[in-house]
Design a protein. Structure first.
Length: 227
């Protein structure tokens, strides 16, 4: 007999659903993130040059105002792209987490809800998503040939570095007052954007690889019974 008093603590049953559509949407969003990062890097080069001219006292003929508007626009499109892609990525991540629970109900350290909250809670988001990704990866690997974790670990390393660089560089840019300080902060932001490009490209590879792994494992059927 089922004790109904504990029903609210039981997660809904897991069943396989294709992650392909959500994965493609997440990859498209990550591609847009890469494009906006490259736009920001190009705008940053312009601001960096203008700041150097300001420091040397050169006549700019409106270039300073243009550089400021261009860099502000780059920041806006980066934010919009990042937030949109984050929603798509989290929907995909939750889908593959549920699928992984079908493949291996007992191979997960974190409960299903952390597939969303693990990315949003400060401090926790430095390691929970990686741990969950590895659990999903292991559950989605072929029954007889577990896949190595190199891609996931490389992606996560660049993601954490990009977050750290981004916060530090943004703080430096907000506090910058002189042309020299602006130039230094913009240089940090361009480095952060470059690392973010690598992290986004690796995230695309993780999404595509997990999609394929889950598709192939679903086709393979249940685990073979030992003889």
């Amino acid at each position: 007999m089922i004790d109904n008093r504990h029903d609210q603590f039981i997660a809904p049953a897991a069943w396989l659903r294709s992650p392909i559509g959500l994965g493609r949407a997440a990859v498209a969003g990550l591609g847009v993130v890469v494009a906006t990062d490259l736009f920001a890097i190009g705008s940053g080069v312009f601001v960096y040059d203008v700041s150097g001219d300001l420091e040397s006292g050169a006549l700019l003929d409106g270039r300073a105002e243009l550089a400021d508007r261009l860099y502000s626009a780059a920041g806006v499109v980066q934010t919009v792209a990042l937030l949109t892609t984050a929603v798509l990525f989290l929907c995909w991540f939750h889908r593959v987490r549920v699928n992984a629970e079908v493949f291996d109900p007992y191979g997960h350290d974190k409960k299903r809800g952390w597939a969303i909250w693990g990315w949003l809670v400060p401090i926790v988001n430095l390691w929970y998503p990686r741990r969950m990704t590895l659990d999903i990866w292991d559950a989605s690997s072929p029954w007889s040939a577990p896949r190595p974790h190199g891609l996931v670990n490389t992606w996560w390393t660049f993601w954490v570095i990009a977050m750290g660089f981004g916060r530090s560089a943004s703080t430096a840019y907000r506090r910058a007052e002189s042309a020299d300080e602006i130039q230094d902060a913009v240089g940090q932001l361009m480095l952060s954007d470059a690392v973010d490009v690598v992290a986004a490209a690796l995230a695309m590879a993780v999404v595509l690889r997990l999609n394929r792994m889950q598709y192939e494992k679903a086709l393979a059927g249940p685990a073979p019974v030992p003889v």
